[in-house]
Write a protein that binds this ligand. Structure first.
Ligand code: ISE
Length: 335
């Protein structure tokens, strides 16, 4: 049994904790930490974890904890992940690895200095069966070389306080990670167009946005991100190749026929839409750690996604095409 400690008992942390406790083979939650220690206690009780810490660093240092899942606010990810690396403990860090490229690079450098993969980043779409099926079609070469990727990322509503930048840093980061993985190519430039704003958003919020990414082989990836689309959580992705296309199917569900209409449900919450992907991701992490091989996305992938996201923010603010420059990929993360 892998003894796991979870830093952060908020929404995502609680979600992961429940999944780890109920459905993941080979893992046991032994410790929970949260700055809100009452919350940590309540959540720990719910999953039968005996150890509660108010401070995440104490959890990382807890001798009972063999591997750590970091689900605290993004601004704290760097410090907890670095502490795990220093302690030689495998860590699954929720997205993003860190909010700035400098912070991500410090994690990459610390891990590369140990010459040992310990960090997996929580971009779970790579574990979604739909994206995995797309990746297999692409790898088999049956639609020829990819030329274009069309994506949409729509949320029904966004919480108060959402900013225009957060459409990129919270949402588009998933498309950045998953298209790099689908195509096996790096993104070299970004532009962001500002369509007419929805009147249903907060005043001043640039919603929707149209992000255009260019890969090293010249593939163009367009991402419509629209966080107050009102009707549901809708994720689309289609790759257009030289001789065919492959796209995500609609999520499973049922079709209804009633009063002369066909209907089916659109999910409203991303945790429901990607529930199976979260499960597969966690099981793969636990299996990987127990087998001595931490999986992807790596700290390098986390770094690159933040670097591309920073390029998008510059492109959004300055309304110009921004070139994304990456340092050489360290040998530890060889393809
Ligand atoms: C949220 O933070 C997530 O991570 C979801 O996966 C994403 O789809 C959503 O747009 C974000 O707000």
């Amino acid at each position: 049994m892998l003894k796991v400690g979870v830093v952060g008992a908020g929404n995502m942390g609680e979600d992961h904790l429940r999944r780890l406790a109920a459905g993941i083979a080979g893992a046991e939650v032994v410790a929970v930490s949260d700055v809100n220690v009452e919350l940590a206690k309540r959540v720990a009780d719910g999953v039968g974890a005996a150890r509660v810490h108010a401070e995440g660093h104490d959890l990382v240092g807890d001798g009972e904890v063999q591997a750590v899942l970091v689900a605290s606010p993004a601004s704290t990810h760097e410090a907890f992940t670095l502490a795990c690396i220093a302690a030689g403990k495998p860590v699954l860090c929720e997205k993003p690895l860190a909010p700035t490229t400098d912070a991500c690079l410090r994690v990459v450098e610390a891990e590369a200095a140990r010459s040992e993969r310990l960090v997996q980043v929580g971009f779970m779409r790579r574990y979604d069966h739909g994206y995995q099926a797309m990746q297999q079609v692409l790898a088999a070469g049956s639609i020829g070389a990819p030329l274009l990727v069309h994506c949409a990322h729509r949320n029904p509503t966004a919480g108060a306080g959402v900013t225009s930048d957060m459409l990129v840093t919270e949402s588009v980061v998933h498309e950045i990670d998953v298209t790099r993985w689908l195509l096996g190519q790096e993104i070299v430039a970004a532009s962001v167009l500002r369509p007419r704003r929805s009147s249903l958003g907060e005043a001043g919020l640039q919603d929707p946005q149209l992000v255009l990414l260019e890969t090293e082989a010249g593939v163009l990836v367009d991402v419509e991100v629209f966080v107050r689309c009102q009707y549901g959580y809708d994720i689309r992705c289609e790759v257009v190749g030289e001789s065919g296309t492959v796209s995500l199917a609609e999520p499973e569900g049922v079709h209804g026929r009633q009063q002369g209409r066909r209907s089916s449900q659109v999910p409203v919450d991303w945790r429901d839409r990607f529930a199976r992907a979260y499960h597969t991701e966690l099981q793969a992490w636990v299996d990987g750690v127990r087998g001595g091989a931490v999986g992807d996305p790596s700290a390098w992938d986390g770094y690159v996604t933040t670097a591309v996201a920073e390029g998008c923010l510059e492109a959004l603010a300055e309304q110009r095409r921004v070139v994304v420059d990456l340092p050489e990929r360290p040998g530890l993360y060889a393809r």
